[in-house]
Ligand binder design. Structure first.
Ligand code: ADE
Ligand code: ZN
Length: 326
């Protein structure tokens, strides 16, 4: 197919983005110096050399070390602002971003510092970056359920606005059913609910997220293809799957980009869209993910338009807002 003729990156909604995973390595070191945080890296080259992963856990180890440089309210604001600036340049018009708030509160950073800092950037994002946003708070599926529940109650009690919750971190061995009550509480409080599933774990993690958590969207979900009945259900119920091709290759969930199931998923009628997960760790924003898919899989302009439309249709936008993007 001929290359896309419209100038600039494809306008999309970013729906699978971990804010804690958006710090560029230079920014990690800048914040470490500013806040007097000791990191186990000699310099920027040493830090950069660590961005080679063998699986999800090897990435999470680096991510969770790097995010300890965030200490002050302004640090969180700066992280979000820098992300939104890069996202806008990559074609993102609407961003549903998540934060592992638990990763910060368990280090003793007050909830108000984390959430206040995020909100300071998000509340002026339309004016500053021309990007509408939603905020999701993600919980560690490999962390204590009680800790997640206590934090969720505190978040709701704080009155600080957020739009939903998610479930992330190490998947295998930490089934969604563990978080049934946490997610029920969130839904009772009018929050949207999403969950990672079928990234490293099998299709039963996706089924569990649907049945036990009533997840409205599945983050990744690529291994759903191993279960035909699940695929039929996801298609029939139009459950969106937020797929991150560069992440999947870098974390070895998929061998090479040429093997990536994205277009097979699209062809089976799944509501898939392309996202970036943790951009500096995996090689770029949404536009880089789209470019990789075009290069390795030969996605057509029509398929790219379909993926972009799916991203807006899968977003937690009101119908009138959505209409403005479609
Ligand atoms: N946290 C940040 N990125 C993640 C991913 N791709 N899977 C699980 N947890 C994550
Ligand atoms: Zn993710």
């Amino acid at each position: 197919t001929a290359p896309r003729t419209t100038p600039g990156p494809l306008p999309v909604a970013e729906l699978h983005l971990h804010l804690d995973g958006t710090l560029e390595p230079e920014h990690v070191l800048e914040l470490a110096a500013r806040n007097g945080v000791d990191l186990p890296f000699a310099d920027i080259d040493d830090l950069r050399s660590r961005y080679e992963f063998t699986d999800l856990q090897s990435f999470l180890d680096l991510l969770y070390t790097n995010l300890t440089v965030l200490r002050e309210r302004a640090d969180f604001t700066e992280m979000v602002d820098r992300y939104l600036e890069r996202a806008a340049a990559a074609g993102v018009r609407h961003a549903e971003v998540s934060c592992d708030v638990q990763a910060h509160t368990r280090r003793g950073i007050p909830l108000e510092t984390v959430m206040g800092g995020l909100r300071d950037a998000l509340d002026r994002s339309v004016a500053t970056h021309g990007v509408t946003t939603r905020l999701l708070v993600s919980f560690w599926r490999d962390g204590p359920v009680d800790e997640a529940f206590d934090l969720l109650r505190a978040l709701v009690a704080s009155g600080i606005p957020f739009d939903g919750i998610g479930l992330d971190s190490a998947e295998v061995g930490f089934p969604p059913e563990l978080f049934t009550d946490v997610f029920a509480f969130a839904r009772e409080h009018g929050l949207h609910v999403v969950a990672h599933g079928g990234e490293e774990g099998g299709p039963e993690y996706v089924t569990g997220a649907l049945d036990a958590l009533r997840a409205e969207r599945i983050d990744h979900g690529i291994r759903s293809l191993e279960d035909d009945a699940l695929v039929e259900r996801l298609v029939a119920e139009r459950v969106p799957l937020t797929v991150c091709p560069l992440s999947n290759v870098r974390l070895r969930a998929v061998d090479t980009m040429a093997d990536h199931p994205l277009l097979r998923m699209l062809e089976r009628g799944l509501v898939v869209s392309v996202h970036s997960d943790d951009p500096p760790y995996f090689g770029g924003q949404v536009d880089a993910n789209v470019d990789a898919v075009v290069e390795a899989l030969g996605a057509s302009d029509e398929q790219l338009a379909h993926l972009a439309r799916n991203s807006f249709e899968s977003a937690f936008l009101a119908d009138d807002e959505r209409a403005g993007y479609l």
